[in-house]
Design a protein around this ligand. Sequence first.
Ligand code: SF4
Length: 411
Amino acid sequence: MSTEVVAVSAVSAAQQPSPSTPAQQNAVEKVNLLGMSRPQMEKFFEDMGEKKFRAGQVMKWIHQFFVTDFAEMTNISGKLREKLEKICEIKAPEVVHKNYSKDGTRKWVFRVGDGEGSLVETVLIPAEHRSGLRRTLCISSQVGCALDCSFCSTGKQGFQRDLTQAEIIGQLWMANYSYMEDVPVLERERSVTNVVMMGMGEPLLNYDAVLNSMRVMLDDFAYGMSKRRVTLSTSGVVPKIDQMVKDIDVALAISLHAPNNELRNELVPINKKYPLEQLIAACQRYIAKDGNESSRKHVTIEYVMLDGVNDHPEHAQQMIKLLKNLPSKINLIPFNPFPHAPYGRSSRNRIISFQKTLSDAGFVCTIRQTRGDDIDAACGQLVGQVADRTRRAEQWKKKIAQSNEIMRSQG
Ligand code: SF4
């Protein structure tokens, strides 16, 4: 276990876009350009009486050169830069904690508002792939989550609010920026190769912000990611899966975790509203019927392995039956226990035997490598710890203030 833990204040200073720019000193009144999709930014410029091609120029500076100071945007006239400084800002959420694991996993906790509940986390997991090194970023979409899946640390924290587009894209911006703090502007290159909308929250319950953020990820004027490398993971909000077919072409993952309604009602309570038959039918509608270019050729099935709960041989058989008409790849996830978790992790043997049953039935079935155990990579865990520490620090400060008060009153 070796973890580089960096103090809050040091991270804030090093990782934040320069806090001294006028754009950031007056954040409340200014429009944050960070999360805007191209159509949104084009409209913004047109409304200002400017040409809409300025949107593409500014987006490149923000998302390809990681510039947050308008003064550095050298292909934009001085007059427009001054105007932008007065009314806009480019502001990522504040980093309050970061952990870098020896295996390359990086994890951040961002503050997205006041109060100890306003924290979200983002994790980056590197993996060697035949096409080269992949760095996959798991992005949060909400502060907390209302869906209360029984095995999930985030669900235990309750729902606070939806993230804004700037807060969603800010996680991707900051993860890329963490590799290039000292790199000259024009030599900067993006490091994150893949995104999964699989962090805290249910992304399809924050639909518009998530949709526009994914548009920024795919946009050649921003991150230019291939649609196969952007994955939305849902616990099964059926009407929004159908809506996605009309709105965007990205990969889809389903947090399945149980192969029958009775067990899934318990583990993933949204199943009571959209049971498995409806969910699988929506996935079948999502699969594209045409073209090789689409990312919608199969659905990824996520299945967390809970000891003695959903890992019996008959569960594997039920999976085979359930998925037989759905082009899918199955990803078995060894459970990462968190304090007071009501479940344990299935044994290695049990997971391998589950995988074998599915592979023998013709499914592509992988076991997710456990990475970043030393930095609490289970979703929602690190936020819980940071919140605990913040609470303890505040209690400590209160105690010191009280004892100072007593000493003063005693003369
Ligand atoms: S697993 Fe996902 S949908 Fe379920 S409570 Fe956790 S964050 Fe929410």
